[in-house]
Design a binder for this molecule. Structure first.
Ligand code: ITT
Length: 182
């Protein structure tokens, strides 16, 4: 049964919201959306960034909120761009990343979902291992055209089941298991 809630997903990124909405709906949870660019603290920890964003979002909405902070961590670049993924995407973009890489192309996507209401602050983290492709493939958003799933040999942008396996799916699953039992 679908559960309507006061829960608001706050983000400046509509793609993230659309995926989160579908995923949460498959767990029986309906959410609202507030499109808003929240101030982000500088930190090496996605968890710290996400928890602070959630606190700010709650202060703005005065309703239970979730936010998400993601990072693409590339092994041969010592985890770069990691917490700076948004800035790096806006500046050098996918072509810039491809130009930086040579042989070792291992990478992972990490998602941290942070929840905040007037008494609780909590975060849920998940990762998905993959590789950086040699060329962009498919028409996805963000890093989707360069994030290669080794087992299916497709990028996220080419793969129609992204929402069943992604870093976002895994973190939202952990969140829902907790939230729906609260
Ligand atoms: P917020 O307002 O929610 O912070 P944002 O896009 O700035 O939105 P992040 O700070 O979490 O989000 O930045 C993560 C970066 O990684 C950003 O450039 C995204 O486009 C990219 N990204 C995150 N998840 C992705 C996914 O599933 N596929 C492709 N790119 C993704």
């Amino acid at each position: 049964m679908q559960q309507l809630s006061d829960l608001v997903f706050v983000s400046s990124n509509t793609h993230k919201y659309q995926e989160a909405k579908k995923i949460l709906s498959s767990f029986g949870l309906e959410i609202q959306f507030l499109k808003l660019e929240l101030e982000e603290i500088q930190s090496n920890s996605l968890k710290k960034i996400a928890l602070k964003k959630a606190k700010n979002a709650f202060l703005k909405c005065q309703k239970p909120v979730i936010v998400e902070d993601d990072g693409l961590f590339i092994d041969s670049l010592g985890g770069f761009p990691g917490p700076y993924s948004s800035y790096v995407f806006k500046t050098i973009g996918n072509d810039g990343i491809l130009n930086l890489l040579t042989r070792n192309r291992k990478a992972k996507f990490v998602s941290v979902i942070a929840y905040c209401d007037n008494t609780i602050q909590k975060s849920f983290e998940a990762k998905l291992d993959g590789k950086i492709s040699t060329v962009q493939k498919g028409k996805g958003w963000g890093y989707d055209p360069i994030f290669l799933l080794e087992n299916v040999k497709k990028t996220f942008a080419e793969y129609d089941k992204k929402n069943n396996i992604s870093h976002r799916f895994k973190a939202l699953k952990k969140f829902s298991n907790w939230y729906l039992r609260m």
